[in-house]
Design a protein around this ligand. Structure first.
Ligand SMILES: *Cc1c(COP(=O)(O)O)cnc(C)c1O
Length: 355
């Protein structure tokens, strides 16, 4: 029998997509995915989740009421202003399903905005950042006027550049557009800036994305959207029932109850980030960019080769490929991991120089 024509049956916008392969290169030291090196849940606390284990035969609470109650109390908002997702990735898809395109975002930035737009067959536009990795406000305002994007995604702090965009520029975008502006604050806990939560009251078209993934709980795939109750009501129409499993709910609840542990971890990571930045600055031919997140982007000649040589030494960082020439992104790890990374990088650069 001839091969079944699955590819031909696939929608055109999906045909041109490639599966997002989270490369799983086994390495002793994993500094490629902006995870936290610390887990905030201890084995002891599992006993407090006993009831969840005993009811694994049941569907989870479809509204995740207890988790929402705790979260909203912590954020000082109403539960009606909150929507939970299986990672913020899922919420990005929900937003696009709900409001459609065109979708606008800067470049380089988090790849899911482009992937989710393409997958849902919506028009999407990437506007290059300026030479300071800040928003090209003139170009963005022009594009808003001309193409009237329904959704604008701004990751601040931005992944992979690590900086926050200028607040005035973001405000201009929010004020100039009759569209929804989503500030993706996945890395906000690591930032010295205040973030946009206090401005929600002033701007109904502003929504904020947060996640547990970068603060020590990537495994539970839980993110949340904060916004006007009418916006949340619309997005909630496309939310899959039971999209947050029981165990993720239980673990997130436990983590919020012990939020002091998470803030200690964040403090330690910020301290290490500053040290790592200094160490990188001292290396010849390495130019790190200041970061408000839990990773550092740096320029180095021969980045692809250095990436490979680091893997040979058991250290995995992210090679930025064509998105950013000659650049690597390193996640801040434990002091020991960071030392191993710096020592290896130094060694590799020295050897390349003396060749
Ligand atoms: C990592 C990352 C996310 C992913 O969040 P999940 O909750 O794990 O889906 C979202 N936005 C940005 C900018 C990120 O870097």
């Amino acid at each position: 029998m001839d091969e079944f024509p699955f590819y031909e049956l696939t929608r055109k916008n999906i045909q041109s997509l490639e599966a997002y392969i989270a490369k799983d290169i086994p390495c002793r030291i994993k500094l490629d995915a902006n995870e936290s090196p610390y887990c905030p849940i201890s084995i002891d606390s599992i006993s407090s989740m006993k009831e969840f284990f005993l009811s694994l035969n049941r569907y989870p609470d479809p509204e995740a009421k207890e988790l929402k109650k705790l979260l909203s109390k912590n954020l000082n908002i109403a539960p009606e202003n909150l929507l939970l997702g299986n990672g913020s990735d899922e919420i990005i898809c929900y937003l696009i399903t709900t409001f459609g395109g065109p979708i606008l975002y800067p470049s380089p930035t988090f790849v899911m905005y482009a992937i989710a737009s393409q997958a849902s067959g919506q028009k999407h536009r990437a506007i290059p950042l300026d030479e300071h990795f800040d928003l090209d406000i003139d170009k963005i305002l022009k594009t808003i006027k001309k193409e009237k994007p329904k959704l604008i995604f701004l990751s601040s702090p931005n992944n992979p550049t690590g900086n926050c965009f200028s607040t005035e520029k973001i405000l201009k975008i929010i004020e100039s557009s009759k569209n929804i502006v989503v500030i993706d604050e996945a890395y906000q806990p690591f930032s010295s800036k205040r973030g946009f939560l206090p401005l929600l009251k002033d701007y109904p078209n502003l929504a904020i994305l947060r996640t547990f993934s970068k603060i020590g709980l990537a495994a539970i795939r839980t993110g949340f959207l904060i916004g006007h109750e009418n916006l949340i009501r619309e997005v909630n129409k496309v939310r899959l029932p039971y999209n947050i499993g029981s165990l993720p709910q239980a673990i997130a609840i436990e983590a919020i109850r012990n939020k002091k542990v998470i803030s200690e971890h964040i403090k330690a990571i910020i301290k290490e980030r500053e040290r790592l930045f200094k160490e990188l600055s001292l290396l010849e031919g390495v130019k790190p960019f200041p970061s408000e997140a839990n990773f550092i982007l740096f320029k180095v000649k021969d980045a692809e080769n250095i990436h490979k040589k680091l893997i040979e030494k058991g250290i995995l960082v992210r090679y930025m490929g064509n998105a950013l020439k000659d650049s690597l992104r390193v996640t801040v790890g434990t002091p020991e991991e960071n030392n191993a990374f710096i020592d290896s990088l130094k060694d590799i650069i020295d050897k390349l120089k003396n060749k």
